[in-house]
Design a protein around this ligand. Sequence first.
Ligand code: PMT
Length: 397
Amino acid sequence: MAELNDKRIVLGVSGGIAAYKAAELARLLVKSGAVVDVVLTAGGAHFVTAATFQALTGRPVWTDLWDTHDRGMAHIDLTRGAAAVLVAPATADFMAKVAHGAADDLLTTLCLARDCPLLLAPAMNREMWDKPATRRNVTQLAADGATLLGPAKGEQACGETGAGRMLEAQQLFDALATFLQPKRLAGRRVLLTAGPTFEALDPVRGLTNSSSGRMGFALAQACSEAGADVTLVAGPVALPTPAGVLRIDVTSALEMRDAVNSALAGRHIFIAVAAVADYRPAQAIEHKIKKGAAGMTLELVANPDILAEVAARPDAPFCVGFAAESQKLPEFAEAKRRAKKLPLVVGNLVQDGLGGDSNVVTLFDDAGSHPLPPGDKLTIAREIVNHIVSMTSPCTE
Ligand code: PMT
């Protein structure tokens, strides 16, 4: 794997049962030509021994803040010149410490002192993952620029089932390789829409849908990882903004259209992921509608089609549309692509992709249809970015 050959990776292992998978990850990294420095916490050493990692990596294993192994200051030196720090497993306790800047052992201290990207592979019981404290820490870590890989949902070592399983070694290896890939959108300016819109009926009520924004936010992150300058126009969702992405919050379709038009100049790529309401109430009613007759009739008017408008401009960027269908995906997605004259449409069934963390998509372009493997939205977003890169010329500015 070219992305990893000759790269030095700091592999942090904190104390969870998933630490056994870190041994396999170390083996995959070494096999691909990476130089792997393992930093094992006291908790991690309860699950896998330093001797295991030493044998797999052929290098000394770091376990103590005061270890030197002939290096001056391990907590500083280990990350200098490293391509990334990947902590797998990252326990709830470890993430809480890093989120708060704690530095009470070698791994937390080097995370604070690092000058390279930090990737975390969470692993914990589902209740721990769901707790507000962990949610806050995850949000903070993402806002601070850490990249979270997983966790997956499924059967857990404790016997419960839910979100919190660490990704498999091969998945972590692939994600790291993708993360380290050349910045193939460097110099590109990308504009995206994401999430639902909310069309007010009165000051209390409105029309909306159950788009979570996750697919669009994942694409914004994937574009940013690939080196693009990214602006994300987001409908009303409560997701953290991906690192390095400029976010513009809007509520209604008309606001989304205004924000897109204001941010469009100089963009190379426009990706419309938002589930924009096709209609809005004909009148915005100033005061709360009072309960009256047994029924009421709403008059709706069509919203502008933001994507169609952008794609029809003489100076249109490379436009990517989404098609959310509940049936006949190939037929309807291809019809949308042709109607809006788009080079690329990403088709998904609402039952696969609306809300939730995973999706199943097929790409439609002039060459035909290209189904992608089912997966989490970030993995899929990275594949979509690869496809966009293959269809667009490199930046020469
Ligand atoms: O947000 P998530 O929970 O992660 O769910 C992801 C998703 C299912 C919302 C996403 O993957 C998706 O399919 N987004 C497009 C949803 C949609 O509105 O599809 P559509 O077939 O109605 O619209 C076709 C395209 O035109 C879309 O690119 C849409 O953004 C765009 N459009 C539609 C209407 C409109 N008024 N303006 C637009 O720009």
